[in-house]
Write a new protein. Structure first.
Length: 549
């Protein structure tokens, strides 16, 4: 049997047997809607999942200038997408096109169905994923509208936040989009008021913070006031793996993420050495699937939820979030990862977000289309970025301090770089200074051997050097190494007696019941696969620690 097309996966028709099983598993009752009645609207949260028994349900995109029909569900078809599991607001509206009979299912009941009935779960989950992919790739779906300059740091921050959180949006560039002037006039705004965020005919926010934006569009979830079995700080590969395994094994699991799921891995446009994906997968797609998987098992994810401090009360860790909220857990997994070290070069800071970037995704790559791009670093992330950017930029220059890429980069990437004609590698070279008026225009580099100085004309530099762990929020009692990475198990400093406590578990920190996994952990292997493995393994030790309470 040939593989199904994306459209066929997105819009399956359940047969009578499947309809009967769905009704039996969920206990859903039939509801009747007259023609023209809305079932849910764009922006709604906690909206129901509907299966059409008779009649027709129209799915409408109301985010653009005029409403557009996306599809019409007939008998045996169902509404919904990944928002049912992630708790995100509806991206579309649903209206009864004719008098219709539908089965109504709540999010909680739907999640139980997906976990208990694999046959139906496969059909529904594949449809949810495919529908969101079709919206993202269609080019016709508007979603949120972000209006702002390509050279604005705040415009980039907003676009970056939305893109990393997989929120569907369209960017209207002040410098090139002919619709900008008319839209700003409609909202009674000028160019100096940008960046702004709008939905359909409604202006939502002017230059919002990430938290204000998350609150306005409904992706930030209020936290319950209770004691969780497991709190995970960080939603990179390690944190998401722990969330999947913890929630699937019955732990009441909460994940706190400061910016967006995926961590450093989400900045990669092509991960080719991760088991099970021979043709590669983008970091954002991997994170997207992991978030959906964790949500299916009941893990809660809160974004943005940066942790500002950690204290303890009655042996329970208490996390203080920016904004004053506190979260209590019986156990804690530190999985906050690390970020690339800021490039030290004259003038660099002024161009961060306006030509200097620490990731290479379509969001950042726009400025080098048809031009030149500079990539700084000699590791795998730099190599993946260079290969990706070479498909967009006229020329890519890799600047690396070392003498040989093969010492720090996987062989398959080095070979690919050598075979790509528009990539130039400059070894034993460093960036000294940057120039430009409001946005990056040039980069000055120096040969460390000869002292020769060159100036490269470029609007975009991508830096992937070193790693700085996110551990500044941890108290002194959580032991760290000289670089700030969290020590665990055998890495901990030996002491005659740790107050009579047992020997720490392999991934346990200097504080009982507090664990660390992934890039934030001292001695970890900085690879996606190892981070996922550590996150999964940590749950075994969490169970052991909970038995002692």
């Amino acid at each position: 049997m040939p593989p199904k097309t994306l459209h066929a996966l997105a819009f399956p028709t359940l047969d009578e047997d499947q309809m009967g099983k769905l009704a039996a598993w969920t206990g859903a009752k039939l509801a009747r809607y007259a023609a023209g009645t809305p079932l849910f609207q764009v922006g709604d949260r906690g909206f129901k999942f509907f299966i059409v028994k008779s009649g027709e349900i129209e799915i409408v995109d109301e985010s653009g200038e005029t409403p557009k029909t996306i599809t019409v569900h007939g008998p045996g078809e169902f509404t919904g997408d990944v928002a049912h599991l992630t708790g995100a607001p509806a991206a579309v509206s649903a209206i009864a096109r004719r008098d219709s009979e539908v089965y109504e299912v709540t999010d909680e009941t739907l999640r139980n169905l997906l976990n208990r009935c694999p046959e139906l779960a496969d059909v529904i989950l594949q449809a949810f994923i495919a529908r969101r992919q079709l919206l993202r790739e269609s080019g016709a779906f508007t979603g949120l509208r972000v209006i702002g300059s390509r050279y604005s740091r705040d415009t980039f921050r907003i676009r970056d936040f939305l893109a990393k959180n997989r929120v569907l949006f369209t960017w209207l560039d002040l410098e090139s989009d002919p619709e900008v002037g008319r839209l700003l006039q409609r909202f009674g705004l000028g160019e100096n008021d940008t960046p702004v965020v709008a939905l359909g005919q409604k202006l939502l926010l002017r230059n919002p913070s990430n938290r204000e934006l998350a609150d306005a569009i409904g992706i930030h979830r209020s936290l319950e006031r209770k004691v969780y079995d497991l709190v995970i700080a960080g939603a990179g590969p390690a944190g998401l793996a722990a969330a999947v395994y913890g929630a699937s094994e019955g732990l009441d699991t909460l994940v706190l993420e400061r910016i967006a799921p995926g961590g450093q891995a989400s900045t990669s446009m092509r991960i080719e050495n991760y088991l099970g994906f021979p043709s590669g997968i983008t970091g954002s797609d991997l994170a997207d699937r992991a978030v959906l998987q964790a949500a299916k098992f009941g893990a809660q994810l809160s974004v943005p939820a940066p942790v500002g401090g950690l204290t303890f009360e009655n042996e329970y860790p208490i996390l203080r979030l920016d904004g004053g909220e506190t979260v209590v857990g019986k156990s804690l997994l530190i999985a906050t990862g690390a970020e690339y070290r800021r490039l030290v070069a004259e003038g660099c800071e002024a161009f961060e977000g306006a030509g200097v970037y620490y990731a290479a995704t379509p969001n950042e790559a726009l400025l080098c289309r048809g031009g030149a791009a500079v990539v700084v670093g000699g590791g795998n992330s730099a190599g993946q970025a260079a290969v990706y950017l070479a498909t967009i930029a006229r020329k890519v220059v890799i600047v690396v301090r070392g003498a040989d890429l093969r010492k720090s980069m996987s062989a398959y990437l080095v070979q690919r770089i050598e075979e790509t004609p528009n990539i130039e590698v400059l070894t034993k070279t460093v960036v000294r200074r940057m120039g430009g008026a409001g946005h990056l225009a040039s980069v000055e580099i120096e040969d460390c051997v000869t002292g020769e100085v060159r100036t490269l004309e470029t609007a975009a530099l991508f830096s992937f050097i070193g790693a700085v762990p996110h551990t500044d929020w941890l108290p002194a009692e959580i032991e760290k190494d000289s670089s700030g990475f969290v020590r665990t198990g055998p890495e901990l400093t030996p002491t005659p007696s740790r107050n009579g406590r047992r020997a720490p578990f392999l991934l346990e920190t200097s504080r009982k019941g507090v664990f660390a996994a992934g890039d934030v952990r001292a001695g970890s292997i900085k690879r996606v696969a190892s981070a996922v493995g550590e996150g999964a393994m940590a749950i075994h030790f969490v169970h052991e620690a909970l038995k002692e309470m």
